[in-house]
Design a protein around this ligand. Sequence first.
Ligand code: NAD
Length: 342
Amino acid sequence: MDPLDSVIERLNWLRGEIARHNQAYYVHDAPVVTDSEYDVLMRELEALEAANPQLITSDSPTQRVGAAPLAAFGSVTHTVPMLSLGNAFEDTEVRAFDKRVADTLRAAGKLSPHEEVTYFCELKLDGLAISLRYERGLLVQAATRGDGQTGEDVTMNVRTIKAIPLKLQGSVEEIPEVLEVRGEVFMNLADFARLNIAQQARGEKIFVNPRNAAAGSLRQLDSRITAQRPLTFFAYGWGDIGGLQMPYHSDMLDWLKRLGLPVNEGQHVLARGAEQLLKFYAEIGARRAQLPYDIDGVVYKVNDLNAQKVLGFVARAPRFAIAHKFPAQEATTTLLDIEVQV
Ligand code: NAD
């Protein structure tokens, strides 16, 4: 048998498995494996494809985001695609990311030889991504990420989330014609625990973790159910902003905050070079258990928005940002921890 045949066989198996897990996780909010088990499959697929680039197919899960939206919701085409993030598990991968970024920026004349890259470091909230569209300051549409190109219309449900303003703050001059805000819908741990206790008392479904509770609550066909679920939101990015230009990611978040959008204040830092990124990771790791919500890592984003443009994107993620993931806290542990805290 040609050795390539066994590679192809393994690739097909991995792609099938991952597609099945994507469907369970993104479409049905009911994963059948843990995130770390999923990550192991994805890493193996990435490594096999990196070693055999001629075998990469456009429908491979490494080339795509999430899963196709459920037809039961109306669909929304994202004017700016909603991508995923590349990820790093080891310090060496973070150093390699920083080196790639610095080398590209130096080659483009955007970074001097001894200068280090400045990154905006954020928490990686474990909820689900949402895109909020404001027109002349009014919330007109909210969509899930879906497969990155097309998401589900969850406007009615999002309107029930109190943290999300229905109207932006500011004068007519300050408010742009169009503003697409992107961020994470999630559930605080204490609210998640209360919800599960109430669900149990009613003999209804117990959620495995806050991420699944948030996704299951937001993706309800009846917005009256969503209204009873304690969802909240932090903004961390944007899509269509009608040509508005600002120099830094940090400026954009300050601006979103001034418009009345909640950002995860006090948890952001600017860091220079890989060693400061690793320091941030260690500090957040030490505080992770005290945070009022689940995070599954931290995110490093090049702060200079012009530099972000130079770096660009690969198929499913930007080259200017990376998620540095924490070791998994498994579902059963999360549930037990929460029950003890109540
Ligand atoms: P991801 O969750 O690793 O990273 C991208 C997402 O991070 C964004 O879409 C956004 O929602 C979120 N995010 C949170 N804070 C952010 C911030 N500050 N800035 C930018 N984005 C932020 O990628 P993904 O493609 O959504 O999902 C892949 C991961 O999902 C896997 O690594 C695995 O952990 C999990 N997953 C699990 C299963 C399963 O069966 N258990 C299946 C599919 C996916």
